[in-house]
Design a protein. Sequence first.
Length: 152
Amino acid sequence: MKLFLVHHADAVGPEVDTRRPLSALGEAQAARAADEAAARGARPALVWHSGKLRARQTAQTFWRVCNALAEFTASPDLQPDDPPSRIHDRLRGETRDILIAGHFLHLPRLLSLLLGGRDELAVAFPLHGVVALESDDNGATWKELWRIEGTV
């Protein structure tokens, strides 16, 4: 099983729009990262996002580019302050490839937990980027496959 952790692309500030949609830069970041992820073989069967507009827009870009037939849904437990242990537990036993579009600090903490750390520790995660992981034992252990930096 492969897991693709995606930090949402650049969004406008709350002073511009309280819903915080992607900025023009963010749209370009998401498109470039999705193209690169697809070129590296990303083809998730499930695409989860936090429900926040910027995460949903980022997830939609990856969904269209990587696998428009994937199940696309807002998922609980992906808010910035949610404990990553909840997603960690949901991934155990999952056999389908999943892409998660979410937020800081949740994603760095989830990455740390998946790589054998504790969920309160955040490891380096590329701002507006992607980290691909793989598990060969139904989500018990994970290894990092590749990263995409989020700059344009």
